[in-house]
Write a protein that binds this ligand. Structure first.
Ligand SMILES: CCCCCCCC/C=C\CCCCCCCC(=O)SCCNC(=O)CCNC(=O)[C@H](O)C(C)(C)COP(=O)(O)OP(=O)(O)OC[C@H]1O[C@@H](n2cnc3c(N)ncnc32)[C@H](O)[C@@H]1OP(=O)(O)O
Length: 225
């Protein structure tokens, strides 16, 4: 796990530029899957993209940004595949912890997430629920990695429509913690439901979630077992 020192203002400005780049890359990806322009135009755009990719690759990190402390010591993960504002693959999902320490995210899937006709790929729904259940166990003070994840797909998940994903901690036993969650229509109709078992790696015990010291993280500390 990489923990950066508190960033400077310049680093924040550069991050804001990366967030904007990622936003535009997402719009590009949706345009790619929906475009109906002629082949010559597709080929021309592909050539421009190759040049842009080369420019970005002129200076590369070894791996995407991971957990780090943002301004005020608040942990963030801007490179994450689900929540990362600086990752074009991410929705990005904005997860809120409720006063009851359950978690909730409002989301809308995009054309790039298509699976069966007019609906979202089941693996994409699973990815979202995996993350949300992981947030729920972390919010309860039992952060961990996914051991098992079980999905029940009740109805097709549409893209382009407002949806709500929620999850909550259910129980804990030693280093194992269980959680449940669902993706639903705004009226609460469940479309996909998940239950999962998360395991706290032994090396995480006694530490704060999101930082090495347990201080200033703004997250629940890893609970005593
Ligand atoms: C410094 C603190 C930092 C905290 C930071 C947290 C911040 C949180 C903030 C924001 C939330 C973010 C949310 C993220 C969500 C996304 C999650 C993912 O996508 S995770 C990627 C996919 N999952 C993997 O890659 C796991 C790969 N597997 C492993 O690493 C190991 O297998 C691991 C850790 C799961 C288990 O390894 P062992 O060596 O610790 O396990 P052993 O000691 O054998 O088992 C302990 C107990 O767990 C059970 N167990 C182990 N693995 C299991 C499994 N896969 N399924 C069911 N049970 C399992 C065992 O049966 C045992 O149970 P018995 O104590 O005997 O009752």
């Amino acid at each position: 796990m990489t923990i950066d020192v508190t960033p400077t203002e310049d680093a924040e400005a550069r991050l804001a530029a990366l967030v904007e780049l990622s936003r535009r890359a997402r719009a590009l990806a949706d345009a790619v899957v929906l475009t109906d322009v002629p082949e010559s135009e597709v080929t021309a755009v592909a050539a421009e993209l190759a040049a842009l990719t080369e420019r970005l690759g002129a200076l590369r990190r070894e791996s995407p940004r991971s957990f780090e402390l943002g301004p005020g010591g608040v942990p963030r993960n801007v490179g994450n595949a689900v929540t990362g504002s600086a990752n074009p693959h991410a929705l990005p999902l904005v997860v809120r912890v409720t006063p009851e320490r359950t978690v909730r995210a409002e989301l809308s899937f995009r054309p790039v997430h298509a699976g069966p006709p007019a609906s979202v790929h089941g693996g994409v729904s699973a990815m979202i629920l995996d993350h949300l259940l992981g947030e729920a166990v972390a919010a309860a003070g039992f952060p961990g990695v996914t051991g098992t994840l079980t999905l029940r797909y009740r109805r097709p998940v549409p893209y382009g429509e407002p949806l709500v994903a929620t999850a909550e901690y259910t129980r804990s036993e030693g280093r194992k913690t269980w959680a449940e969650g669902r993706i639903a229509l705004p009226d609460g109709t469940a479309l996909a439901e998940a239950s999962g078992l998360f395991v706290t790696p032994a090396g995480w015990l006694g530490r704060g979630a999101g930082d090495e010291t347990g201080s200033k993280s703004g997250q629940a500390p890893v609970r005593e077992r």
